[in-house]
Write a protein that binds this ligand. Structure first.
Ligand code: PMV
Length: 353
């Protein structure tokens, strides 16, 4: 038994928010200024695969290899918070069962890789921290539910808490100072609305721009529009989009999704110094969606943008030709995606875990 390597492997999906998280009310605990809601994408095309091992025979500190390169995790407060929380839960398991191996005392070695190019500029931290937490929770045989684990993943990256569940997932802001009610909740499973699709338009593969943590701080400190968004606008939109999801009302879902993306980018531009994530190509994608919707005489496509220029377009499968068809011929090819995807475009089914 001595020197045995304990091991667990898992995957976690990417999620793309339709109601955006942008602003923290507590930077240490990663508590958000507003609730948010996302759709989990299929792991067939976008996911992080993570293996966690630990052993008495390991020496040295915990380590993480991400996409083949060693990451410096000792200085990462976020990663350390996740590891500390998970070890505490393992200690509870060991205290209850005296014969359980003392995994909490052993160094961890984590190996993680995305099945999509990190350089594609897609939010990979959500899937990354969700997979890290899930893999260690499996290794430690923790009894906690995905919702309880979302409290830990949240401390790695806010949006990561939404990647522990499939389908339509809300991150409830919560009100408690210790963050114990700031967690993810499944609003509807993927099977509730199986026609939903997401198209990812890779406008730029660059990883430039203002990182989310710094951008949020600037916005919270300087945007005069942000308080109204946090207090009234987002709570109303959360209620509206949750009802639209329950009713499978795509037109409302699409309108609220586009309004909220625009509201998020408006408070970015309203920050000082201003933050601009959208480019001319992003705006061309917005215009294309507007043209598609005008031609259809109703909303059949919805764009949304995170902290970068890449567009995600939501639509329903019966409208594939009218939506995806329009974009297919107009996109640059992005290295790393060509083999598997044929182009810098990928039509995703929605996913679960
Ligand atoms: O959790 P972070 O630090 O990766 O921030 C995510 C911010 C957005 O992607 C822009 C919005 C969101 O809710 O995912």
């Amino acid at each position: 038994e001595a020197g045995k390597v304990h091991r667990a492997t898992t995957t976690a999906p990417v999620n793309i928010a339709v109601i955006k998280y942008w602003g923290k009310r507590d930077t240490n605990l990663n508590l958000p200024a507003n609730s948010s809601l996302s759709v989990t994408l299929s792991q067939k095309s976008l996911r992080t695969l993570t293996t966690a091992t630990c052993s008495e025979s390991y020496t040295g500190p915990d380590s993480l290899i991400l996409n083949g390169e060693e990451e410096e995790i000792q200085s990462s407060k976020r990663t350390q918070a996740c590891l500390r929380n998970l070890r505490q839960l393992r200690e509870e398991v060991e205290a209850k069962d005296g014969s359980a191996p003392k995994l909490s005392k052993m160094p961890l070695r984590l190996v993680s890789a995305n099945n999509f190019p990190t350089a594609a500029g897609l939010a990979s931290s959500a899937a990354g921290f969700a997979a890290l937490v899930r893999a260690i929770a499996n290794l430690y045989e923790l009894p906690q539910t995905p919702q309880q684990l979302s409290l830990i993943a949240r401390q790695g990256s806010g949006s990561a808490c939404r990647s522990l569940m499939g389908g339509y997932v809300a991150w409830r802001s919560g009100t408690k100072e210790d963050g114990s009610d700031s967690l993810a909740e499944e609003v509807a499973p993927v099977a509730h609305w199986p026609e939903m699709r997401a198209l990812i338009l890779v406008v730029s593969a660059d990883k430039k721009g203002v990182p989310s943590t710094a951008g949020m701080q600037t916005t919270v400190a300087t945007s005069s529009l942000a308080p109204a968004r946090f207090k009234d606008i987002v709570p109303a939109r959360m209620a509206e989009i949750e009802k639209a999801i329950q009713d499978k009302d795509f037109e409302t879902f699409a309108r609220v999704t586009m309004q909220d993306s625009n509201s998020f980018h408006a408070i970015c531009l309203d920050s000082w110094p201003p933050i601009q994530y959208l480019t001319d190509v992003s705006r061309a994608a917005m215009n294309a969606v507007e043209t598609i919707n005008r031609k259809a005489g109703k909303l059949i496509a919805a764009y949304t943008f995170d902290a970068g220029p890449n567009a995600v377009i939501y639509y329903l499968e019966p409208d594939s030709r009218a939506v995806a068809g329009v974009f297919k011929n107009h996109l640059p090819r992005v290295e790393g995606w060509d083999n598997e995807f044929g182009a810098a475009i990928r039509s995703n089914e929605m996913g679960g875990l």
